[in-house]
Structures are given as C-alpha cells and as structure tokens.
Design a protein. Structure first.
Length: 258
C-alpha cells in the first residue's frame, strides 16, 4: 500500500492531494503495515506482571498508566536509547508448531531488555546487539505461545497505538527542574519532541532526560502550562492550559490525543 501511494504521489498533479498522500506514505513507513520483520520473544515479570512495573521508559505503575499487561521490553536494536518507548507492535509466533499459538497480540514498549555479554546470542544473550528481541509480559506472551516454550521465533510490525483518554503529563522535579513524564500517547506512540509554554512564556523545547521523561530548566511555577507533543511520524498535537496556575509537583494532567 505504501509503495502504491508513493508512486501515485509522484505522478499526481493535484497540489491539494500531495500533502495528504505524503502523510499517508510517512504513516505507512512508521507503522510498518504489512512489513513484518523477524525477531524472537521471551517473557518476564510473572503471571501478575508485577516484575514489569517501573522500567526504563519511566511509566511506573503500568496498570494506573493505562498500559495493562500487554507490554514488552525491547532489545538495544529496537529500543533506540528510549526513543521507542510508547511505540506499539503487533506480533505473532511462527515456525514453531510445537509451541506457537494462533493469532496475534499487540503490545506497547515500556521497558528495556539489557544485553548480557557473558552469554552467547543464541543461548541466553537474547537481547544482545544486533538481535531484535521482545521480552514480553508473561500474559501477553501466553497469547501467542505456550508457557513452557521459553523462547519462540516471531514476526512483528509497528501498528498505531489505541489509547483511552488524552495524553498524560505528570510533572515531577522542583523549581527550575521540571521533569515531565509523557504517557498514554496514541497514534505512533513514541514521542520524539516536547515543548512547554507557561502563561507568561513562549514555547520552549524540552530535552529528553530518560525514557519518556522530558526536562525544562525554566521557572514555571504559578503559571498555567500548555504542552506540544510530536511523535515519530511527524504528527503534532497541542494541549492548551492543561495544568492550572496552582499545579503542584507530582500531579498528572490529561491533554489532547492523536
């Protein structure tokens, strides 16, 4: 589909349609519809997924943040130093009839699967570069493979994230160090740029501190706050005045959604 659209954009002469087709081509490349890629999957965290909480993306309690049990930790090759946090993937178990189950499952990237250089890539070092690997929450894994399998070959692809409610902004830190966790992001899911605007300031770019925690060193106390978020597909949404002037550190506010 993406090839067809891009060929059509190159041939079409309607200026009005070119931006639309360009966006569809970009979305197809980002989400990877039809573009299945090979990887392997294991599982962690226990049946209650308690071991998946926290993690390198900074989401903390995955239940209260809306991610639930359909989550995964990504190997270095996919994690992109945290920029892939929040991305959504569809996957299915393949080429192992003894252990594979039919159907697919969709997961959100919420953690990092670290490499283990002490173990070979094909025997325990599953997340070593350059391997593409998903360490899935146990309930998600058991939707595509039997528990006793341990590790299975999979096919995966990027898909749009479907989230309930708006993007959530959790403001942590202290004066002159505003650390904002951006979560529950729909669409592409993985945030690549965040800007903040106080009621007495202009738009200011925030820097990514770790995971999906974004930092501003401006003094924003006593101001209503607006946020602008851009995801990996280039789309941007603006949440105006989501935090009132009397906001406090530790509070979470809900904005617009993709």
């Amino acid at each position: 589909m993406s090839f067809f659209l891009c060929r059509l954009m190159a041939q079409i002469h309607s200026i009005a349609l070119i931006p639309l087709l360009g966006f569809l081509c970009l979305s197809a490349r980002v989400y990877g519809h039809g573009g299945w890629q090979s990887a392997h999957a294991t599982f962690y965290g226990g049946a209650d997924t308690s071991g998946t909480m926290g993690g390198a993306c900074g989401y903390g309690n995955l239940y209260s943040q809306g991610y639930g049990t359909n989550t995964a930790a990504l190997s270095t090759a996919i994690f992109s130093s945290g920029l892939s946090c929040g991305a959504c993937y569809e996957m299915k178990c393949v080429n192992d009839p003894q252990w594979c189950l039919p159907g697919t499952v969709r997961v959100t990237a919420t953690n990092f699967c670290p490499p283990n250089s002490a173990l070979p890539n094909n025997n325990g070092g599953w997340c070593n570069p350059p391997l593409e690997h998903f360490d899935m929450a146990e309930p998600a894994y058991q939707k595509i493979a039997k528990y006793r399998s341990g590790i299975v070959p999979i096919l995966y692809r990027r898909v749009p994230c479907l989230k309930r409610g708006g993007i959530r902004f959790t403001i942590n830190g202290h004066s002159y160090f505003n650390l904002v966790l951006v979560s529950n992001v729909g669409g592409a899911g993985d945030v690549h740029g965040v800007w903040v605007k106080g009621s007495r300031t202009g738009w200011q770019a925030m820097s990514r501190n770790w995971g999906q925690n974004w930092q501003s060193n401006s003094y924003l106390n006593g101001q209503s706050l607006s946020f602008k978020v851009t995801t990996s597909d280039g789309r941007t949404t603006i949440s105006y005045n989501v935090a009132p002037p009397n906001w406090q550190f530790g509070q979470t506010f809900e904005g617009s959604q993709f």
